[in-house]
Each structure stands twice: as structure tokens, then as C-alpha cells.
Design a protein around this ligand. Structure first.
Ligand code: GDP
Length: 432
């Protein structure tokens, strides 16, 4: 998926633009402990394109100066985004901080779109010419809170995205390995790459280094993205924050997410926070319980351990879970197997007639309850072309869909068709 980064000094309206762009997706916020605090990350679509939006304003460092913080935000935007939206505030005009950000952005080869926020139709358009001095061309005049100019801005974003043809030709799955420090990520990368040659691909024009490792297994290629950060330890002041941001970047880049945990330790908030990132990114996910070798025999009950993990990651209920030992090189093959299985889930196409049988059966089993003043009636549905399995379901009124009923339908679909490891999307449309 493509990534759009929103950048700008505080108070220009980044978050309201962010919220405006990701709007309806926010409904998926549910039982995720501790995740929603930093809401810097959302998915959105416009016309035929899906993309991820990052509000870099949410990326902050403890005790850092403003200049340092902005620099980090700009670096992340430049490293991770396909298109950068630079927001300034028309009511306050251009401030030195805006110019500082502009200077940072000059270094990137990525397209930058200038959005002049808090613009009001009553204002004199001639007053906006001075924004040209920033050097990002004609500005887009918007009001995030009033919804002015957002459509044009989104059109421009889509226009500037790389074409799907350019990017859809990934010859191998790309995989992000994430997890809090010390769970064994570096050890696994070492085990996976072994004596194999590494392919180094620094992203040009950034100071954040990224190294991807291409691994061949059973004649197939797998790309583990951003494996350099995994090794850089000790040098970072705030390791926790660093690994969080690192994970965010790797998740954006990859098709699949491997969330690693240390099974010899209790599951912590930090594990679930990082898991929340993967969930919000709507990526296929595989949970890896590492250091299985350290567990005493009576603890080596896979079913039990799996149930424990599931209790913590309720929102990742579709995730596949495997247990390995990176150090002892145990069950490593399962990782590739899991990726292949998930890949197959992504590509699965369900026949419309069979899908509708499942919908009908689900309704007989559990008729929809009244919700929002009406009772849901499902007419029919079918799978549509999309990266993630996506089903459009035609109903009498989408407002009648209760969250729990949607979940029930999703469970029925999963029970019938699997789709293990991947998020699935149900889109409800009105049909009179
Ligand atoms: P990272 O921070 O996630 O990259 O974690 P590391 O790979 O550096 O691992 C942290 C520590 O855990 C190191 O001392 C590793 O040797 C150890 N470790 C990693 N994987 C395993 C494992 O499967 N079993 C055992 N016993 N130790 C492990």
C-alpha cells in the first residue's frame, strides 16, 4: 500500500486533515489496550486507491527540542511516504518554523504537496500567492474542519502516487519483523540469512538507514525489510520509542507482518502496542512466539500458550500463531510455511453463489438484531477485486449493521473459507 505523510508545525491542523482523510475507518477502534493513544496512523481510500496516512505530528520524542522533533518527523515522512502533504496555516500565515520544515523537505525527491489549511472561501485568494515562495508550487487551499478543498487535494495525492502497475510487480513477498527489544529479532534474521548474501538497499535521500535481506528458501524468495534497525542497539536514547517508530516504518513497507514475542516472559503492553500498529495497518499478520527452548516442559503446551496470546490480542483474532526458537533454529521452516499459507489466503477467490449460501445460513443461525431504529436485511454479496479479501454486501440500510453483527458475519466467513492470517473487509452498501 502507498503511504501519505502529513507534516507541518504544531497547530496548522494536521490532525484534523488526517481525521478528515481517514474518516469512516475510525469506526474500527475497539478493544485494543493502549493502542489508540498515539493515533498517528490510518488507512484511507479515494477513487480506486487505498493508502495509509501518517500524521507525523503524533511522532514525538521525550525531552527533545522542537527542532529535533520536527527533524525526526520530516525524516520519517521522507523515508516512508510516497507523497508528502505539507500543511501550513493560513490564519497564522507563514512562520519561521514553516520555512524550517520546507528546508528539510527540499532534500527529498518525493512529491510534496503544499496544503494551506484554515482557508475560508470568503478570504481573498490573491493573498495566497506568497505561499509560492516555499517552492512547492501552487498551494491547495483547504479547510479540514469545513471540508473545503479536500477532494481536490486527494485528487492531487492520487495523481502523484506511483501507478499500481509500477509497484504491483513484487516478485516475492516482503515481510516486516517487528517486536519489542530483545525478543530475538536479530537472532532470527541471523538464523534466516545464515551464510546467505544480503541485499542492501538504502533509501536514497534519507538519513534513516534501511537494509533489506533477501532470503531464498525452497527455491522461493522472501524479502525481510528494514533489518538494519533491528541490529542497532544501545546507541538510541529511547529504545522503546525507537522500536515503535521502526516498526511503523517496516510495517508500511511490507506486505506481511511478523510480530515476535518472547515466550519466556509475560506478554506486556509494549507487545500489544506494537501489535496494534500491525492491526491498524490492516496487514496480514503472523505472531511468532520465540525462545520456546527456554520454556520448562510443563509450559510447552502450544494450545495453552496460543490461547493466552489470543486473549491479549483480541483484535488480531485472525492472526496465525507459531512457536519457534530463533537461537536453536527450531521450527524456522514454519515461518515460511505460514507466509505461504497467508499468501494463499490473500489470493483466495470465493464464488459468489457459495458466498451467498454462507450469508443465508448465517442469517438463519443468527438473525440480525434491531439497530439504529431498524432491522438489517441482507440481499446478497460478492467478493470484489482488492489486495485484502473484500466483500461487498448489499443491504436495506448500512446504518442497521451493528458492530457485533458484522463481527459475527466475519467469523462465519472465516469459519467457512479460512482466510487465516489476513484481515478481511466487509463493505455494506444500500440496495433499495
Ligand atoms: P532483538 O532486540 O529483538 O533483535 O533481540 P536479539 O536477537 O538481540 O535477542 C535478545 C537476546 O535473546 C539475545 O541474548 C539472544 O541470544 C536471545 N535469544 C534470541 N532468540 C532466542 C531463542 O530462541 N532462545 C533463547 N534461549 N534465546 C534467544
Amino acid at each position: 500500500k502507498n503511504v501519505i505523510a502529513i507534516i507541518g508545525r504544531p497547530n496548522v491542523g494536521k490532525s484534523s486533515l488526517f481525521n478528515r482523510v481517514i474518516k469512516e475507518k475510525k469506526a474500527i477502534i475497539e478493544d485494543r489496550p493502549g493502542v489508540t493513544r498515539d493515533r498517528i496512523y490510518g488507512s484511507a481510500d479515494w477513487l480506486t486507491r487505498d493508502f495509509i496516512v501518517i500524521d507525523t505530528g503524533g511522532i514525538t520524542l521525550e525531552n527533545a527540542t522542537f527542532a529535533k522533533e520536527i527533524k525526526l518527523q520530516a525524516e520519517i515522512a521522507m523515508a516512508e511516504a510516497d507523497v508528502i502533504v505539507f500543511v501550513v496555516n493560513h490564519q497564522e500565515g507563514l512562520l519561521p518554523d514553516d520555512e524550517m520544515i520546507a528546508k528539510l523537505l527540499y532534500k527529498t525527491k518525493k512529491p510534496v504537496i503544499l496544503a494551506v489549511n484554515k482557508y475560508d472561501r470568503k478570504m481573498n485568494q490573491d493573498e495566497t500567492y506568497h505561499y509560492l515562495t516555499l517552492g512547492f508550487g501552487e498551494p491547495f487551499l483547504i479547510s479540514s474542519t469545513h471540508g473545503i478543498g479536500i477532494g481536490d487535494l486527494l485528487d492531487e495525492i492520487i495523481h502523484k502516487l506511483p501507478s499500481p502497475k509500477e509497484q504491483d510487480q513484487t516478485p516475492y513477498p516482503s515481510v516486516a519483523l517487528i517486536g519489542k527489544p530483545n525478543v530475538g529479532k536479530s537472532s532470527l534474521i541471523n538464523t534466516l540469512t545464515g551464510e546467505q548474501r544480503m541485499i542492501v538497499s538504502p533509501i536514497p535521500g534519507t538519513t534513516i538507514d534501511a537494509v533489506d535481506s533477501l532470503v531464498k528458501y525452497n527455491g522461493k524468495n522472501y524479502l525481510f525489510v528494514d533489518t538494519a534497525g533491528i541490529r542497532r542497539k544501545g546507541k538510541i536514547e529511547s529504545l522503546e520509542k525507537y522500536s515503535y517508530l521502526r516498526s511503523l516504518g517496516a510495517i508500511n513497507k511490507a506486505d506481511f507482518v511478523l510480530l515476535m514475542m518472547d515466550m519466556s516472559e509475560p506478554i506486556s503492553d509494549q507487545d500489544t502496542n506494537i501489535g496494534g500498529l500491525a492491526f491498524e495497518a490492516q496487514k496480514p499478520i503472523i505472531i511468532i512466539g520465540n525462545k520456546w527452548d527456554l520454556l520448562p516442559t510443563e509450559m510447552k503446551d502450544r494450545k495453552r500458550r496460543e490461547a493466552e496470546i489470543r486473549a491479549y490480542f483480541k483484535y488480531l483474532r485472525y492472526a496465525k500463531i507459531i512457536f519457534i526458537s530463533a537461537l536453536e533454529k527450531q521450527k524456522i521452516g514454519q515461518i515460511y510455511q505460514a507466509i505461504d499459507d497467508v499468501d494463499a489466503s490473500l489470493k483466495r477467490k470465493i464464488q459468489t453463489s457459495i458466498f451467498n449460501e454462507v450469508l443465508n445460513r448465517a442469517q438463519l443461525l443468527n438473525p440480525a438484531p434491531d439497530h439504529n431504529g431498524g432491522r438489517l436485511k441482507i440481499y446478497y454479496g460478492s467478493q470484489v477485486e482488492a489486495y485484502l479479501p473484500t466483500f461487498v454486501i448489499f443491504v436495506n440500510n448500512p446504518d442497521y449493521v451493528h458492530f457485533s453483527y458484522k463481527r459475527f458475519l466475519e467469523n462465519q466467513i472465516r469459519e467457512q473459507f479460512g482466510f487465516e492470517g489476513v484481515p478481511i473487509n466487509l463493505i455494506f452498501r444500500e440496495r433499495r
